[in-house]
Design a protein around this ligand. Structure first.
Ligand SMILES: [Fe+2]
Length: 243
């Protein structure tokens, strides 16, 4: 599951303003996770953990996550400002035995390599025909910038995949925070990579609200299973990735 968007130390940023699905959502998530996740299970949280801007503001949110059952693996979301891109190793040292941070590395589950990165997809600005609601164009400069961000995240993802490969792993589950494709794509660098390495699944989140839930791929596409796991999409009940 992804997008807990916790705000224990930043109540002014509470998600409740986004609708009733977010009312007491953290306690709904905790209850569901405690019911479904055993201590020896692995719980991957796909980013946007906390609204805090730094580790001090995130402390209570991260403690809330630490107290959840299972081995917790965290992915970096676009709102996770406490997680500086070059400090993943430092976070892994600081939270040793409590939380695992997935970026430029990999973790394992049985004979699977769990790899991941924040990912990225182009979110506009789009030009929309108000009569038909169809996208007629987009901001070219923003698009150019998005190509760079995709490239950077692909490199981070590849670092983990290469390390897993070198360690002898051949089965992969890919975790992304952003959806693998934007609303104007049917394929992307991420989907092509998933196909190329024979990843069994791609799990992503970030999309909130029913208008956004179907912006990217869900279900089986070119042999890979895609799942959206945003907290509000799942009504804060985590999905089981492997039987
Ligand atoms: Fe996000």
């Amino acid at each position: 599951m992804g997008d807990l968007h916790l705000s224990f130390s930043t109540p002014e940023k509470s998600q409740e303003r986004f609708g009733k699905i977010w009312k007491d959502h953290e306690w709904k998530a905790k209850k569901n996770i405690e019911k479904l996740v055993r201590p020896d299970d692995t719980l991957v949280l796909t980013g946007d953990h906390s609204w805090g801007n730094n580790l001090v503001q995130c402390q209570r949110d991260l403690e809330f996550i630490e107290a959840l059952p299972g081995r917790k693996i965290l992915l970096r979301g676009n709102h996770d400002h406490f997680w500086k891109a070059n400090q993943t190793e430092k976070l892994n040292e600081m939270f040793k035995g409590k939380l695992l941070f997935l970026q430029n590395n990999f973790y394992t589950y049985r004979d699977y390599a769990l790899v991941g990165s924040k990912g990225f997809c182009f979110e506009g600005p789009f030009f929309i025909d108000t009569r038909t609601d169809l996208i007629t164009g987009y901001d070219k400069a923003a698009y150019e910038q998005s190509v760079k961000l995709v490239d950077r995240e692909m490199k981070r993802l590849m670092t983990g995949i290469d390390a897993a490969k070198a360690a002898g792993y051949t089965k992969y589950i890919i975790f992304l925070h952003y959806p693998p494709t934007s609303v104007i794509q049917t394929d992307s660098e991420f989907t092509r990579l998933a196909e190329e390495i024979g990843a069994e699944q791609v799990i992503y989140s970030h999309s909130h609200g029913k208008e956004r839930f179907h912006d990217s791929i869900q279900g089986r596409y070119h042999g890979v299973k895609y799942s959206l796991v945003s907290g509000d999409y799942l009504n804060f009940k985590p999905i089981r990735v492997l039987k």
